[in-house]
Ligand binder design. Structure first.
Ligand code: HEC
Length: 146
């Protein structure tokens, strides 16, 4: 092989290595420049979270229409389901966080407020299940636009 060809090859290799490290550097920079209060949500994560919330909502409705529970059992079970929903909403980002999903950013805090109010009502003495039973109406904050 001629020396020129070898030199060209060496340059090529050098270039590839350089380009590689530069790209890596960029990937690291873009990771580092996500603000700490930003949550990236992908479609699948949102769906999984929604399915959990929908399951809890339907459990709440089943509990409220089932009269076979003692007052204490009812309160514990409904409050556990509300807490499951609360945990699920955390997966969508909590107060002060922004996401790549403006619909969620605009409505999540309002939904969480209603959720916490429903939980307080259930845990008050005597328990009030009315807001828990009506919580499904709050899903429409985001779902009305469908
Ligand atoms: C803060 C906004 C918001 C609230 C509040 C909300 N959702 Fe959703 N929901 C979404 C978004 C966004 C999607 C669409 C996900 C996608 O891109 O497919 C969705 C999708 C869904 C789906 C479809 C999931 C799938 O398998 O594709 C169900 C079921 C659902 N939501 C139920 C509920 C229920 C029940 C509530 C109330 C407890 C609720 N959602 C409250 C934003 C919300």
């Amino acid at each position: 092989m001629s020396t020129i060809l070898i030199r060209a090859l060496k340059l090529k290799v050098l270039f590839i290595i350089l380009a590689g490290t530069m790209l890596q550097g960029c990937a690291q920079i873009s990771k580092a420049t996500y603000p700490p209060d930003f949550v990236y949500l992908n479609k699948q994560e949102i769906r999984t979270t929604m399915q959990k919330m929908a399951a809890s909502i339907s459990n709440i409705h089943a509990l409220l229409s089932d009269t076979n529970h003692s007052q204490d059992q009812m309160r514990d079970k409904v409050s556990a389901e509300l807490k499951n929903i609360e945990t699920a909403t955390r997966e969508l980002g909590t107060a002060g966080k922004s996401t790549n999903h403006p619909l969620i950013d605009n409505h999540l805090d309002g939904f969480r407020d209603e959720l916490i109010a429903a939980l307080r009502a259930v845990e008050s003495d005597p328990p009030d299940y009315y807001p828990a039973g009506r919580l499904v109406g709050q899903c429409h904050g985001c779902h009305a636009q469908n």
